[in-house]
Design a protein around this ligand. Sequence first.
Ligand code: BG6
Length: 482
Amino acid sequence: MARLPEGFLWGGATAANQLEGAYDVDGKGLSIDDAYPGGKQRFNILKSKDFDWTIDEVKFTYPNHRGIEHYYRFKDDIKLFAEMGFKCYRFSIAWSRIFPLGDEEKPNEKGLKFYDELIDECLKYDIEPVITISHYEMPLNLAKEYGGWKNRKLIDLFENFARVVLNRYADRVKYWMTFNEINSAFHFPAMSQGLIPANGSNDYTNIFQAFNNQFVASSKAVKIAHELNKDIKVGCMIIYATSYGIDSDPQNQLATMQNQQMFNFFCADVQVRGKYPSYTKRLYRDFKVDESRLDISKEDLKWISDYPVDYIGFSYYMSNAVDVTTVDPEKTGGNMLGGVKNPFLEESEWGWQIDPTGLRIGLNELYDRYQVPLFVVENGLGAKDQIEKDGSINDDYRISYLKKHIEAIEAAVNEDGVDLIGYTPWGCIDLVSASTGEMSKRYGFIYVDLDDEGNGTLERKKKKSFYWYKKVIESNGDDLTE
Ligand code: BG6
């Protein structure tokens, strides 16, 4: 008995900068992530006032430069995805492969050709491509010379990029997303907005200006896509971290609601409902935004209201607890955002709180609020894997994590009536971690022989979870046995 509707899109997700490698090949320009050093200090370096995107190969390593060489090995990798039975594959287009500096008029044909081949390879196996137009890797030139997304000129430059890729691939690709984890900028604007202390990330006026520019740019992409083909679906993409008040103190409940509005809902409110939410003024006040410097025109608001997105793609790794009544509560880690430690939850080795029930709650919160289809486009467990003497990799911890999250999804769909397009666990093949640049933080069903220092053969090996996920897909979510 199938547990999810027919046509449910099972698959996996990756991002160009974290797996392609070939960072300076076939005309590709440098992107911001090419300037991100590897190692646990990555975020601290990006947050420091001295960081100015200079690449210093003596002092640091740059794991994204090589990635896992998917650029050269994508046919073998997709063959493995097909063997697992993927119905879809979410990947992103490296903006700097198509427009090396970001502001050229004409695209780089070799870059476009690479994605032609990648898409065709997917289609050969009936795998539906799901494309993120911009996943944390704008051309470095746009961050350095234009000041990142706070500059309105990026709206036109992105529109040009989106027009080129949509025109080229719209005949073969139905599902698109505009900006990966657009709301991550509330906590960490370097990756999604190209904003670091050196170009204004400490002033939230810049961050809100950048949001506005991205909202307008996203609406322009929606217009282009729908004019090309009305069946194309363009989504927004947010990080969702279900929020709980630490206790029933109304102060904690109010803070939780406000945290939800700010982090989980603000961007989707604009991109799905087509207007800035009623609490925007309060956010401006809380973040000390200088409204007199914000440039949000009537025309911007019209773009936003005329071209909302068709669905919500979101990543879900963890939930957060909110506690404003305890002095200095114990904290946990997280992707972009940390939170207060929830005593009911276990953590991953990287301190991310594991909470499958939170996914069911999040799916309900999003569906209740927006009534548009949802797509879980990232979820998974970053963990260290061990290769046994016989060559096997028994990643039971990953299977157990995914199983519980799939059960939560099935409950949300079957019992709560949530409309869900699909499920693409993150890093279906091991790739470079976004927050730390490590290889040892692995998410994949497929192991890649590469360590944190860049040593390894790049050989691909199937983990135990590979066979388990194949069975899950084959049974459409009915057989989750470990
Ligand atoms: C999401 C990003 O935040 O989490 C991915 O969209 C990222 O790019 C993923 O890789 C997992 O985070 P990390 O830091 O473990 O790679």
